[in-house]
Design a protein around this ligand. Structure first.
Ligand SMILES: Cc1cc2nc3c(=O)[nH]c(=O)nc-3n(C[C@H](O)[C@H](O)[C@H](O)COP(=O)(O)OP(=O)(O)OC[C@H]3O[C@@H](n4cnc5c(N)ncnc54)[C@H](O)[C@@H]3O)c2cc1C
Length: 476
């Protein structure tokens, strides 16, 4: 009888699914034992509170789904090069495969792992799977990255996107399974001082739930998506960002569902496809122009007189949903309670912080890093820089969203605001009250408090922002 061939280590990161997982499918196809592994390294330790807690739920769900294939998810702690080298030695694995990461930190970590393992004679391979289009395979005529969305969309919209792969039915097991940490010991929810119990009912975890979510969206909402996606009180979008960010569903699966809906005449399908391409565009930019993530993408914005005090009282009021601008406060509370915020609301609160209050976009980005269940490094950075004016394809700075006009247009009956603001309502809904269960006691908030006065007069805030912009332009 042939000896058991050496195992393949499958290093899992933001790809917590069995279906349409090119690395997993390729590993299964070899017939060799496959040992899936998740590492608690710096990349995990540095996640904000809500993304780390949510990641823990995703890991647990993925581990359960592997059991159905006769496999296990091995959990280890430590820097990836050392942890994977140790595991390869213990198990006799000769190959380590993963789904390629494109963000600069992820990419440099992958390069370090490839070097360290290569030096020990362990082969490594990065498979596609996180995006629709490899960022390096989309370039302008002069070979550079795209800096504006619409030409990017035009460049990719007719490209062939391979059909999703099926999940393997079984994975060959190694002769013995290596030891694994216990997920509970990782305490992924430890930083959730807002109370995981409040946020948990709003999470939709795991690949099966993600696929059901996509099916429901296509069956019930994609037709009206182009208009409904902007309305704050309507459940008009897919909510798939939560699953896409952890890879619980592949973006190709979403793309093909959108393409089928478009072929069947669903009016909103094209808009949905375009939004999926915004996600790719964010990663394209983060990969090819990494300053997107932490510096003004437009260098001529360096020196803009942003206010930088992250502990300023206005920033605290913004984080706490107490600015006195109802639509801003409703949105900030929605995020605190559910880990999600409506896309239009994200633009409104980001514009308010960076323009009316004139604080640096990085202050807002950092709070979103901590609070979002769908946190994605590229999409979050692009969203902030796009709104603030310092980013690619940005809204011009002088176009300042008026939150009141936005609310009249996108929440005309005030249902969104009533859903999230308890103060002043005789009988507030449970959503609005749940915010007060979620906030740390140290914030000292009560639904019986009076609703606060505006942190800044909107007209004055707008004028101050425009003056800062003119002065900065004049100094350039
Ligand atoms: C300040 C700011 C911060 C943001 N931070 C994040 C973030 O951390 N993670 C994140 O996934 N998105 C982020 N976005 C983009 C967008 O708000 C969310 O993707 C969207 O609200 C998710 O809801 P949905 O899944 O129902 O989207 P749908 O409307 O159903 O769209 C389908 C999918 O397309 C993608 N998509 C849609 N809009 C965008 C966009 N503007 N940029 C990139 N991808 C998009 C998402 O993957 C989304 O799931 C941010 C936007 C702003 C303005």
């Amino acid at each position: 009888m042939d000896p058991t061939p050496p195992p393949i280590l499958l290093w899992v990161r933001r790809d917590l699914r069995l279906a349409d997982h090119p690395a997993l499918a390729a590993a299964a196809e070899t017939g060799r034992p496959v040992i899936p592994v998740y590492l608690h390294d710096d990349a995990v330790a540095q996640l904000g509170a809500c993304p780390r807690w949510r990641l823990g739920l995703g890991i647990a769900a993925f581990a359960r789904s592997l059991e159905d294939l006769g496999a296990r998810l091995i959990l280890r702690r430590g820097p990836a090069p050392e942890a994977l080298a140790a595991l390869a030695e213990e198990t006799g694995a000769t190959d380590v495969w993963w789904t390629r990461a494109y963000d600069p930190d992820g990419a440099s970590r992958d390069a370090a792992v490839a070097d360290a393992l290569g030096a020990r004679g362990v082969a490594t391979r990065a498979h596609p799977g996180h995006l629709l289009f490899d960022p390096e395979a989309v370039s302008t005529g002069s070979g550079g990255p795209y800096k504006v969305y619409t030409p990017f969309w035009r460049a990719v919209k007719d490209r062939d996107v391979p059909a999703p792969l099926s999940a393997p039915r079984r994975l060959a097991a190694p002769t013995s399974w290596p030891d694994s940490d216990r997920l509970d010991d990782w305490a992924m929810g430890a930083a959730m001082n807002r109370g995981a119990v409040v946020v948990a009912p709003h999470a939709t975890v795991g690949a099966e739930a993600a696929e059901a979510r996509l099916d429901r969206f296509v069956a019930e909402r994609i037709g009206a998506y182009a208009e409904a996606r902007n309305m704050l009180a309507i459940d008009g979008t897919s909510r798939l960002s939560e699953n896409l960010t952890y890879g619980e569903i592949s973006v190709r699966t979403c793309w093909h569902a959108g393409m089928r809906a478009r072929a069947e005449g669903a009016a909103g399908a094209e808009t949905f496809l375009k939004e999926l391409v915004w996600r790719d565009f964010a990663h394209h930019l983060a990969h090819r122009t990494p300053r997107l993530l932490d510096r003004n993408w437009r260098e001529d914005w360096d020196g803009f007189p942003w206010r930088e005090d992250a502990d300023a009282p206005e920033v605290r009021r913004w984080r706490q949903g107490r600015t006195g601008v109802p639509v801003v406060d409703a949105a900030m509370r929605e995020m605190f309670v559910t880990g999600h915020m409506h896309n239009r609301a994200r633009m409104i609160v980001a514009s308010y912080l960076t323009k009316h209050l004139l604080f640096h976009w990085r202050i807002g980005q950092a709070w979103f890093d901590d609070c979002l269940i769908d946190w994605d490094p590229a999409s979050n950075a692009l969203g902030w820089q796009w709104t603030a004016g310092s980013g690619p394809d940005a809204a011009p700075f002088f176009r300042i969203f008026n939150p009141e006009t936005q609310a009249e247009k996108f929440d005309p009956e005030g249902r969104y605001r009533a859903r999230w603001l308890a103060e002043g309502q005789a009988d507030p809904p449970t959503t609005a009250l749940s915010y007060f269960d979620a906030v740390p006691r140290s914030w000292g908030l009560s639904p019986d408090d009076p609703y606060p006065d505006p942190a800044v007069n909107l007209r004055e805030g707008r004028q101050r922002a425009l003056a800062a912009y003119e002065a900065h332009r004049g100094s350039g």
